[in-house]
Design a protein. Structure first.
Length: 150
């Protein structure tokens, strides 16, 4: 399953990318964010692995993130491994003018593990896109608020 979610952010690309690239900001826009722990490599370098803990419906959800591409300010791509699914997320940034940025997230689920995740992907694929679009919109709201505060 593959899909793309986009939004236009009312802030210059350099500001948007700096906010996105700062791991301390995840708590502002990633729903249920608890913590990030570096497992291997150096933060921000291709090949680095981190354990990301989220609170999902009252339970911890653990993701292993492996940074695959880091071509900022234009693109960053990571592999996410969870006990029930594996996906890649590619985040792209496009300058629209000096004041606006197009932010795009392409998600590609490559594996669903277990009967329930497979059924959810088959019967409710829109749920995955909807959740990603909500995350994109939360980042937009955070970036615009942070830009106005400067």
């Amino acid at each position: 399953m593959k899909f793309t979610c986009t939004t236009e952010i009312n802030a210059p690309m350099d500001k948007v990318v700096a906010l996105f690239d700062n791991p301390d900001n995840l708590r502002h826009w990633q729903q249920g964010y608890v913590s990030t722990e570096l497992i291997r490599g150096k933060t921000g370098e291709v090949g680095a692995q981190s354990k990301i803990t989220l609170n999902f419906r009252g339970r911890p959800m653990i993701l292993i993130e492996t940074l695959r591409v880091r071509d900022l300010p234009y693109e960053i791509k990571a592999l996410y491994e969870h006990e029930h699914m594996i996906n890649t997320a590619t985040h792209r940034f496009y300058p629209l003018d000096g004041r606006h940025t197009k932010y795009e997230t392409e998600v590609h689920y490559t594996q669903f593990i277990g009967i329930m995740p497979k059924l959810m992907a088959l019967l409710m694929p829109g749920m995955f896109r909807k959740q990603t679009q909500l995350t994109v919109e939360r980042f937009k709201a955070f970036a615009e608020k942070a830009h106005k505060a400067v």
